[in-house]
Design a protein around this ligand. Structure first.
Ligand code: GLV
Ligand code: MN
Ligand code: MN
Length: 422
């Protein structure tokens, strides 16, 4: 990077305006966002992003999983690019910063480079990954998983939501089933700016989080089959109540991390019962299990222990049980040289920083299996995320985008090994 660029900064007010404009698409009365993957609001957000990229003259490409790439060409188009972005989908009644900050931060980087006529050696590509959240179509990070080669495209297209809509059909319906292959290709560096989604940065009064990687994420689905019956006439003895059975299992999941140790977390986030009527003994239940840890083997052993408990509980209640191992992504470590760059860039720009791990899943986790990847975190107010009150200060958003800008610039001007910059 030329020394003349060291003073370059993003336009924080413009970044805020982009975030606020995006926050109108799927806004909830509670001040949050409900922009589920492949919904009409997702389409509107994509259209807006594409219009902004076209204004910049970026080359826009949509792949067959709906991922949107916006390329700002470098001087040498043959060199692997620098990729930066995140996702525009949100949780149900989620927040205004998760994902969208990384996409708007990337856009702000491209705009800043344009404002100042900065040419880079390598192309810089913004990306919006489809269906990161996984709350409408499980699993999470679906499209980056296909892109990285970890998940199969046809399997992904066939995923269904709670109403039976297929991912591939919904992608076509909103006009974002593109023609470019969703397949990994070499990149020189990948950066994802994101909110921390936890309490550490705020507690420690630090502006920039520097994760060394992302924990493993293991998702399971459990289906219980009991016996539905009239609540008033069915004796308490001998009932096969699928909800009571599930309740005992939920408590097993809750107690699991304390038994296993190792900083594990385990959660049941979804529970549905059938027929879900106050005067019918629940005849069937379905719930999800999410287990995360830095230690993949520990998470696997935890699941083995849990399954044994589940079977014993199901037997005691006379319920049938079926489990599905829905998704596993191992813990992935970021490239040490890029992690160091994020830390050093924060320091050079005068921001405090903290080394940490990411307990949240991110597309960067799959990207790290393809090429050198790192993330930039900024504080979450009150440590709240995936909820409507999710909040990050505008100054922190700007700080994160400035760190992103300078990390991207440094990587984009790095010559290929053994070559001099053109
Ligand atoms: C994704 O947001 C996750 O951490 O589940
Ligand atoms: Mn996210
Ligand atoms: Mn999320």
């Amino acid at each position: 990077m030329s020394t003349g660029l060291l003073g370059l900064r993003v336009d924080g007010a413009r970044l805020r305006r982009s975030l606020e404009a995006m926050a109108e698409l799927g806004a909830t009365p509670g001040g949050g966002m409900h922009r589920l993957a492949l919904s009409d609001d997702d389409r509107r957000a994509r259209d807006l992003l594409v219009s902004w990229l076209e204004e910049l003259g970026a080359r826009v490409e949509v792949d067959e999983m709906g991922d949107i790439f916006g390329r700002r060409p470098g001087r040498d188009a043959a060199l692997p690019p620098v990729i930066t972005g995140s996702h525009l989908d949100t949780q149900p009644r989620g927040g205004r910063f998760d994902g969208v900050l990384g996409v708007m931060g990337a856009l702000e980087v491209l705009r800043t480079l344009d404002d100042h006529g900065v040419e880079t050696l390598r192309s810089v590509e913004l990306v919006d990954w489809t269906n990161e959240e996984g709350s409408r179509f499980a699993p999470a990070m679906l499209a980056s998983g296909v892109w990285a080669g970890a998940l199969d495209r046809d399997w992904a297209w066939a995923r269904t939501d709670a109403d039976g809509f297929r991912f591939g059909d919904e992608l076509a319906r909103i006009g974002y089933r593109g023609s470019a292959p969703c397949a990994r290709r070499p990149f020189h560096a990948c950066y994802e700016l994101h909110i921390e989604q936890g309490p550490r940065l705020e507690r420690e009064g630090v502006t920039i989080g520097v994760p060394r990687g992302v924990v493993c994420l293991h998702w399971y689905d459990v289906y219980l089959e009991g016996v539905a019956n009239q609540v008033g006439t069915t004796p308490m003895d001998g009932r096969s109540d699928a909800l009571v059975t599930a309740a005992e299992m939920v408590l097993e999941v809750r107690g699991l991390p304390a038994r296993m140790g190792g900083g594990m977390v385990a959660t049941v986030g979804e529970l549905t019962t059938h027929p879900n009527s106050r005067n019918v003994v629940p005849g069937a239940a379905h719930f999800t299990v999410d287990i995360r840890s830095w230690d993949d083997d520990l998470a696997l052993r935890a699941w083995d222990a849990l399954q044994a408990e589940f079977r014993a509980i199901a037997e005691r209640h006379g319920c049938g049980i079926r489990v599905e191992e829905t998704w596993r992504v191992r813990h992935n470590e970021f490239a040490p040289e890029l992690v160091a760059r994020v830390r050093d860039t924060a320091e050079r720009l005068g921001y405090s920083s903290l080394a940490m791990e990411s307990g949240a899943g991110h597309d960067a986790s799959y990207l790290a299996t393809v090429g050198p990847t790192a993330m930039v975190f900024v504080p979450s107010i009150g440590g709240r995320s995936h909820v409507e009150v999710e909040e990050t200060g505008w100054e922190d958003c700007e700080a994160g985008a400035n760190v992103l800008l300078h990390c991207v610039l440094a990587s984009a001007d790095e010559p290929a090994p053994g070559e001099d910059a053109v």
